[in-house]
Design a protein around this ligand. Sequence first.
Ligand code: FES
Length: 126
Amino acid sequence: MTDQPWTAICRVDDIPRAGARRVARAGATAVALFRTDDDQIFALLDRCPHKGGPLSQGIVFGHAVACPLHNWSIALADGQARAPDSGCAARFAVKVEDGIVMLDASELRHHARDAGVIAIAATGGD
Ligand code: FES
């Protein structure tokens, strides 16, 4: 259980501070990678728990993202919408090693739908 295979996605510096990148998955909703202005990296399903807005295109502030569609605030650490709204975006495990951002390979295939990573595209940032 400790031998967790990780998939290298990009360098930390490939994600703009207070911005995001979208990691596409074949046959499944993409994963949004977020970099806060204090250089922490988080990963959530790129789908707002409200009506499915693309969180990777939202505004990152502190450790949250404001959905671009209706401005719900989603906590990056756990995907929870902030009150008075409620709902949760699926969270993905993320690891940074030697400046490389990695996602759990099994989660990429199976978590919140299936399939593998096929591409990474720039979104967001300031
Ligand atoms: S879809 Fe995100 S706030 Fe409505």
